[in-house]
Design a protein around this ligand. Sequence first.
Ligand code: ZN
Length: 100
Amino acid sequence: MEGGMISVDRWARGSQAYFLTHLHSDHTRGLSSTWSHGPLFCSRTTAKLFPLKFPDFNFALLRVVEIGSWHHLSLSSPSSGSPAPIQFMPIDAFHCPVKF
Ligand SMILES: [Zn+2]
């Protein structure tokens, strides 16, 4: 995939969509309550826990995605600007034991 489109557990500016796999601290380095580089996609469980770690975050940036469902995003090519639709399906890695 072309650079500048998505970031997974990376929080530097310059992507169109950001994915947070889970809230363990080795995956949130660079993320903060004032971070606002783009929409942040995460599971419902992560979204519920998110305010405990980042209480002043702009929660309008959060996009909850369902585990095991296909999701569609309309991104654009950073080089040409042409549409670059992507599809993704979050999969439970059974790495986080707590369910809500
Ligand atoms: Zn972890």
